[in-house]
Write a protein that binds this ligand. Structure first.
Ligand code: TRP
Length: 76
């Protein structure tokens, strides 16, 4: 199981909130795609996270800077 877990561990990505109430929503990996976690960030708060065996997609609502190994997105 530990080997399987590490297969999904990827680079970290960074989300910096540019306003209060930015939501970082984690979506489940696998055939049943649903929200499993919602994290609320206030202005200037930073979240550092990874895609994992539980999380295959992330939805960001609100103004934020998102940095990944693929580049930076300014969600203004
Ligand atoms: N328990 C979650 C997991 O291991 C925590 C998590 C990791 C998460 N990355 C995330 C939650 C991204 C929201 C968004 O998958």
């Amino acid at each position: 199981m530990e080997k399987l877990s590490s297969q999904f561990k990827s680079d970290f990505f960074v989300i910096k909130a540019l306003e209060d109430g930015v939501n970082v929503i984690g979506l489940t990996r696998g055939s049943d795609t649903r929200f499993h976690h919602s994290e609320k960030l206030d202005k200037d708060e930073v979240m550092i996270a990874q895609f994992t065996e539980h999380t295959s997609a992330v939805k960001v609502r609100g103004k934020a800077i998102i940095q990944t190994s693929h580049g930076q997105i300014d969600n203004n």
